[in-house]
Design a protein around this ligand. Structure first.
Ligand code: GAR
Length: 198
């Protein structure tokens, strides 16, 4: 059984979507661990409710990024994690970390990459005035919001949309698309440059 760790720092709606999909059997895996770097983040309470083991690893508790990541790696190894799903974990992983879990880290981003990378993608797309934006799930490399794309779905920005109404539609798509991408990984259906992963 594939053992998943979700990395999240925020409110955790994608964590909950993954947890629901695991519980209902749509994702045939174990949601083994939540790694969070932010005390008080909403995702912590959601993990507690879902009875998912949680570790809080704060960057400021470590002298260097490599020590912070080493602590996370210790937790991942202890729990024999096979897949890392980043869901609003607002950090760029080092090349060493990415190399250690090659082809086993995926991320969700609320825009059609490579457009609107970063931490405010929905607002950036809305403010720019694009007519179409969307959601991307991709493999993670050492660059921000970058790496081979797994799934994308577009979301139209309609006349009369507010930032809030757009955010709501995008999150709804995220909660559907992320479990789907994770299932594809688990079923061994994903390839990177023609090479099978998993
Ligand atoms: C999600 O919209 C995710 O796509 C985004 O953070 C949000 C986390 O929400 N990630 C990025 O912007 C990555 N650059 P959640 O805590 O409710 O899942």
């Amino acid at each position: 059984m594939v053992r998943i760790a979700v990395f999240a720092s925020g409110r955790g709606s994608n964590f909950s979507a993954i947890a629901r999909a695991v519980k209902s059997g749509r994702i045939k895996a174990s949601l083994t661990l939540l790694v969070c770097d932010t005390a008080g983040a909403g995702v912590l309470a959601k993990a507690k409710r879902a009875a998912v083991k949680t570790v809080l690893v704060k960057r400021e508790d470590f002298p260097a990024k490599k020590d912070f990541e080493a602590q996370i790696i210790r937790h991942l190894e202890e729990e024999k994690i096979d897949l890392i799903a980043m869901a609003g974990f607002m950090r760029i992983l080092s090349p060493e970390f990415v190399g250690r879990f090659k082809d086993k880290i995926i991320n969700i981003h609320p825009a059609l990459l490579p457009a609107f990378k970063g931490g405010h993608a929905i607002k950036d797309a809305f403010d720019y005035g694009v007519k179409v934006t969307g959601v991307t799930v991709h493999f993670v490399d050492e660059k921000m919001d970058h790496g081979p794309i797994i799934l994308q779905e577009e979301v139209e920005i309609k006349q009369g949309d507010t930032l809030e109404s757009l955010e709501e539609r995008i999150h709804k798509i995220e909660h559907k698309l992320y479990p789907k991408a994770i299932s594809l990984f688990i079923e061994g259906k994903l390839k990177i440059e023609g090479r099978k992963v998993k």
